[in-house]
Ligand binder design. Structure first.
Ligand code: ADP
Ligand code: MG
Length: 375
């Protein structure tokens, strides 16, 4: 199936604050531009006496925007696209505390503060109800990547089907897709079952974080809805599949290796490395002259291979602070976000033919033709 190149959409979300640095960050009314000033050029690490300024063009700046409106602007079209057979990926990037988990998962206890994942699950099951002419099979998986090790956050749940027990590996499928061998897939029938799995996975992530005494989000998490839909017409042998990846990346701040020991030093090294590799992949993808893209350098870029350069509608939300004290990290997040805007993906419908139904359909046709001939 032919597909058209489509640029990754990039949104900036500003965490609300009473100390917004109006003198450094300006959000023009067009809601698609950010003007940022700083004394330090963090590219060179030097301090200038004069203010330097940068202008960033984005697909949208979400400043004081509710969870509901954020979902509508960022996620809805990607979620609905998954029902038409397009893979979709929405990911949150930014320094620790800037609002990635709030944007992706939200505060589950208050309905108003639910993030993109619970809202997407609600929309998914609403769509299933509306499309009575189709049957759907929906599975969930929840992957965590911590220190270059992949962890199945739903492995403790019995009824999941897993292609392997224990070790998880990224495999490349014919046609350019990727999947994680060994990751458990859980069949869900309604929103409640799906939300229970989300909370179960979140709990497993938190338990892991406390055990290691972590104060910031040190792991990448990929929550995936796997959708398969078939027409109820028996004669239709075609069916479509898609994956919706909802990704909460580890804090993007450059953690210093000095001053931390053992576990913390190791984490700093792995996070810096995997985010550096993510940047390298983005740079290679954004540069059309580069033939080799180093996806396999890290588990994160390998697992997200089709979301970054392949068959996928991809959206990045870059979360930033509005405070002056964080301006250097904010600039580095905005630089990453604008580079991501140059990446092109090629979304196309994942359509398959069920061989059994196809044979049945052809047999029917032959029967019909035979009857015509004998008339
Ligand atoms: P991160 O996942 O990037 O480390 P969090 O999502 O945990 O950051 O956000 C840090 C804190 O800020 C949380 O208490 C969260 O509820 C709050 N917060 C972040 N973004 C918003 C927002 N847009 N509106 C209200 N509270 C927010
Ligand atoms: Mg977080």
């Amino acid at each position: 199936m032919s597909s058209q190149a489509s640029p990754v959409k990039v949104f900036i979300r500003i965490r609300p604050t009473a100390n917004f640095a109006h003198e450094l960050i300006e959000c023009p009314l067009d809601q698609q531009t950010l003007k940022v000033r700083s004394r330090k050029d963090s590219n060179k690490g030097k301090r200038n006496n004069q203010l330097s300024s940068w202008v960033f063009q984005l697909n949208g700046v979400l400043d004081n925007v509710s969870q509901e409106d954020t979902y509508d602007r960022v996620a809805r079209s990607v979620v609905l696209g998954a029902f038409a057979g397009y893979n979709g990926t929405i990911m949150c990037f930014g320094q620790t505390g800037a609002g990635k988990t709030y944007t992706m998962t939200g505060a589950a206890e208050t309905y108003k503060h639910r993030g993109i994942i619970p809202r997407a699950l609600q929309e998914v099951f609403q769509e299933v109800e509306h499309r009575a002419d189709h049957t759907f099979s929906l599975h969930l998986s929840f992957l965590e990547i911590y220190n270059e090790t992949m962890v199945d956050l739903l492995s403790s749940i019995k009824q999941g089907k897993s292609s392997n027990s224990g070790v998880l590996t990224v495999i490349e499928e014919p046609g350019g897709g990727v999947s994680v061998k060994g990751l458990s897939l859980h069949l869900v029938h309604n929103e409640e079952e799906a939300l229970n799995l989300l909370f179960e996975g979140e709990m497993n992530r938190i338990i892991g974080e406390h055990a290691l005494n972590k104060h910031s989000s040190r792991s990448h998490c990929i929550f995936t809805v796997h959708i398969e839909s078939r027409s109820r017409t028996l004669s239709d042998a075609k069916y479509i599949t898609s994956k919706l990846n909802l990704v909460d990346l580890a804090g993007s701040e450059r953690l210093s290796k000095t001053g931390s020991e053992g576990q913390a030093q190791m984490e700093a090294m792995y996070i810096n490395k995997s985010l550096t590799f993510l940047e390298q992949v983005i740079l290679a993808l954004a540069d059309s002259r580069r033939e080799h893209v180093p996806f396999r350098q890290s588990k994160l870029t390998h697992a997200l291979k089709d979301s970054l350069g392949g068959n996928c509608n991809t959206v990045l939300v870059a979360n930033i602070y509005g405070e002056a004290a964080q301006i250097e990290e904010t600039l580095s997040t905005l630089r990453f976000a604008t580079r991501m805007k140059c990446v092109q993906t090629k979304p196309s419908i994942n359509e398959h033919v069920d061989p059994v139904l196809q044979v049945r359909r052809l047999e029917k046709e032959i029967q019909f033709l035979k009857e015509e001939l004998s008339m």
